[in-house]
Design a protein around this ligand. Sequence first.
Ligand code: ATP
Length: 317
Amino acid sequence: MIELAGLTKRYGDKVAVDRLTFAVRPGIVTGFLGPNGAGKSTTMRMILGLDHPTAGDVRIDGRHYAQLTDPLTYIGALLDAKAVHGGRSAYNHLLCLAQSNGIPKRRVAEVLDTVGLTAVARKKAKGFSLGMGQRLGIAGALLGDPRILMFDEPVNGLDPEGIHWIRNLMKSLAAQGRTVFVSSHLMSEMALTADHLVVIGQGRLLADTSMPDFIRENSRSYVRISSPQRERLLDVLHEAGITVVEAGGGVLEVDGGKAEQIGELAARHGIVLHELSPQQASLEEAFMQLTAESVEYHAHADPGAAAREWGTGWKGA
Ligand SMILES: Nc1ncnc2c1ncn2[C@@H]1O[C@H](COP(=O)(O)OP(=O)(O)OP(=O)(O)O)[C@@H](O)[C@H]1O
């Protein structure tokens, strides 16, 4: 279990992490989500004692990281896959870690096997691809057979096979009863991996909830309708007190509506429907809606708008 209480980190005037209070529980995958710059890495660094909180507290199974006698046997982490001595082989990198942490040598071969790097164990890490580097970082996190695992953006830059592998690994680690805490800025990825979500924006806690509750509370459900008798349908829906949104392209949307009720209403009035489909806004949309206020770096779909905002006099094509 990881417990944060009022955890805060300031860099000068900038509040990177703002009074975060939540617990990461064992037996499930907890996704740690937030837009770029939300404070995820800073929070993880404080959990590992790499950054000192300005205020508040964070404990691992009731203790501060510095108080753990063999920390790698309590908590394993992948923060930066590139933090490896490039001149060392994968085997030697892990052996050094094992020897300096009182971990038996046999664990090196075991974790290399778990992450699928046995065949390249004697190759120098500097020749590794991004995916191989991520696997080596994960091997390091698993080395001490810890009950708690923490991964910062583990799927960044990986190919679909690598993403699939990491997703299954996390789920199996949680199924073994371990605490798995994984950060991402991709809601769609978390939707497939996490059981529980902690969402932050500009350092502040926005949500601490199960995945189904997050979907229910944050996403919009509606019914999409199209009909060749659109005007007639609009009248009928209006008479029935149903609020309709015009979505463009002749499509109508009814927020929170029941497809059965609308279908029966249309049938009673002899109205032909070409589409009647219940929709749920995607998790990505729910996440963007939740964090919209706290996104630090907005992209502009219209580059001209961005340039006008910055006053660079962009003229457009
Ligand atoms: N050492 C530092 N000095 C000054 N500001 C910092 C430092 N480290 C982080 N920050 C700032 O703190 C905020 C949070 O950064 P952090 O890297 O924790 O966010 P993040 O959620 O991990 O982002 P990303 O998804 O982009 O990795 C950012 O605005 C960042 O610029």
